[in-house]
Design a protein around this ligand. Sequence first.
Ligand code: SAH
Length: 368
Amino acid sequence: MDPRTDPPTPAAPSAERHAQRTLLALSPAELVALFTGLGAQPFHARIARENVLRKGLLDWNAMTSLPATLRAELERELPILAGREAARSTAADRTTKLLLEFSRQAGRAAAVETVHMPSLALEHESDERGGATLCVSTQAGCPIGCPFCASGQLGLARNLASHEILEQYVRGRALGPLARSVVMGMGEPLLNYANLAVALDAVHDEMGLGSRRVTVSTVGFPDRLRKLAPGRPRFQLAISLHTPDQEQRDELVPAMRGVPIEEVLAAGDDWFHETGREVTYEYVLLRGVNDSAGHARRLADRLRGRRASVNLIPYNPVSESPYRRPDAAAVEAFRRTLLEARIVATVRWSRGVESDAACGQLRLRGAR
Ligand code: SAH
C-alpha cells in the first residue's frame, strides 16, 4: 500500500456499530434511544457513559447510581466493551501492559497492546496530578515497516474502529487515573485518522484529558499534516525522524521512501505556524547505525533555528532484532551535540522493559 495516497475509507459508523452493539460503539444519541427503549431516562444514559469514560467502571453492577432493575437489564442487553483482555503483564515499576483482542471486521481479527505507566514519585516529567501515562494503538500491526520495530515486522492486519481505540482509554482508566496519553502504540495514527479523531474527541470532551496532554506520534506524511493543522487538532505532534540522512531514513522508515526529509521538516514548521504548537522530533538511537557524532551534527544542522525539540529514545531491544542500544555515554554525547546547537533534547528511557513491556513484544510473542 502506498501511504501517500488516501487510506481505505474507514467502515461507515453504522456498519461498524451493527457488527457489535456495545456501550462504547453507540453514539451518545443512540445510547439515549436504547435507554429510553428500556423505559429508562435519558439522564441514565449520560450517567452510564460518564461512569465508563470518567471513572473507568467496566461492570454494570458497579454503577450504583443507576436503578438496580435497569442494571440487570443492561447486563443482559448491552456489553460495555467489545474487546477481550488476552494477556496482562506488570513490571516492577508498575507499568502494566494489556494485550487486547477485538473481533473480526471484514474478516480480520485484531490484537493490540495498551500500556499503562503510573508516574514515578521522582520523575519530573510526570504530572502534577500524579496520574498515569497511557500508550495507545491505532492499528493492529503497522504498514510502515520500520526494521527496528516489533509492530512493523508483522505488517498491517487492520485499522481499529474508533470505539476500539476508545476502549483502550477506558481499560487504561480502569487501571488508575490518567494524566497523559501518547498515541505511540501499534500502527501509524495518520493512516487511521478518521477513527482516531472520533476517539480523541471523546477523550477530550468526556474523559477530560486536555489536548496538551495527548501526543500523537507519526512518521510525518507532509500532505496529511497540512490537511489536519487548520482543524486545530486536539493533540501535540511528535514526528519520528530517526536520522538526518535521506538514504538512511528510506531504510529505517520504509513507507516514507521518496519523501524528502526537508519536506517533512517543512510540514513540521507549517504545523507550528498553523497551530502555535511546537513539534517534537523522535529519534530512536541504534548503536553503530544512527548514533555517531556525525549523525548528531547533521541532525543539529537540519533542526537549527526551527521551533522544535528532540526526544532521544535509546533503542528498546526487540527479540530476534539485530539492533542494539547505545550505552549511556554515547546517548549523552549525542544529546550534548544537540544542546550545543541550542536544540532542546530529552532522553526517554523506556519503561517496563524487563517484563516484556518493550514495544510490541506481547503481541509478537503471541504471534509466534
Ligand atoms: N507509527 C508511529 C507510531 C509508532 S511507535 C511512528 O512511527 O511515530 C512510537 C515511537 O516508538 C516511534 O518513534 C517508533 O519509531 C518508536 N519505536 C518503535 N520500536 C522501537 C523500539 N524497539 N525501541 C525504541 N523505540 C521504538
